[in-house]
Design a binder for this molecule. Sequence first.
Ligand SMILES: NC(=O)c1ccc[n+]([C@@H]2O[C@H](COP(=O)([O-])OP(=O)(O)OC[C@H]3O[C@@H](n4cnc5c(N)ncnc54)[C@H](O)[C@@H]3O)[C@@H](O)[C@H]2O)c1
Length: 317
Amino acid sequence: MRILLTGVAGFIGSHVADALLARGDEVVGVDNFNDYYDPARKRANLRRANSDPRFTLHVMDVRDEDALARTCGESQIDAVVHLAAMAGVRYSISRAPLYVDVNVRGTVNALEGARKAGIGHVVFASTSSVYGRTDRIPFHEDHPLGRPLAPYPATKIAGELMGHAYHNLFGTSFTALRFFSVYGPRGRPDMMPYRITDCIVQDREFVLYEGGEMYRDWTYVDDIVAGIVAAVDRPLGYECINLGRGEPVQMGRFVRVVEALTGREARFTSSPAPPTEPPITYADITKARTLLGYDPLTPVTDGMRQFWAWFQAEGRH
Ligand SMILES: NC(=O)c1ccc[n+]([C@@H]2O[C@H](COP(=O)([O-])OP(=O)(O)OC[C@H]3O[C@@H](n4cnc5c(N)ncnc54)[C@H](O)[C@@H]3O)[C@@H](O)[C@H]2O)c1
């Protein structure tokens, strides 16, 4: 297969590229290497992919409708995996226009590019944060989504809705995968696993919301990648599917896992959670198991061991 993969240089995108190339697919990668975090990390993420002749890279912005459509049209693409986005929740608080531009407009451009080129299948990166604050756990795909807590999840809901419009009007197969807190090697430096590890090894104090009494359904990147690849292989019409581990981890326990790995003690203070943060995320993964054969195998202790090995190998200790 030949896959157009946007956001290819990012944390998840680079792992998806490696997995597709490893099984013999061709990958046409798109990324604008923005400086939300150090672009040098993104270039390093692509070390393996760059050594594969079946990988091509287009340094391009998904907001550029014509350029994206041209790339879709020129390359005989079988499916689009659209991961490019502004991905931070808190960063979105005061940047709604930017998030709408990249995440909504960029997604419409990917859908348009696919439609014009006759590409029938689009896989889209959505998020657990579309569920907002809810007492109904675990989160099921049928739960209502009308109450996003920040611009970021609002733009992801909009992407899911635009996917439905294209499915209805043009028959595009559209699978929105709602990722739950992804972690692992190449992890984003703005996310908790990286930040906590960095603070612990540097003996810096950090803030833990609600004294660590919050729960996140941490999901190892290889499990997420297996779900994405399965979604590439199975056009399903229109579906929204949770990809989580289905096992929320208390953040206090998460810190203890990192303490055990690093052999050092964490120093933290507690603060109330900001209004962007729900107290728990918890995926019901029945649908992913049924439709995608998804089976997230990695417990957080094993996944964080892999993360820690990468963190040290990259000289970040
Ligand atoms: N990491 C998680 O826990 C998580 C959870 C839920 C959803 N997601 C979603 O998964 C996807 C990948 O997330 P990630 O954690 O790998 O983030 P990331 O920031 O590492 O990767 C995103 C990539 O997209 C690129 N990009 C951003 N704007 C672009 C634009 N305008 N044009 C072209 N490229 C652009 C960035 O340069 C980056 O390489 C995103 O859509 C994100 O919203 C991630």
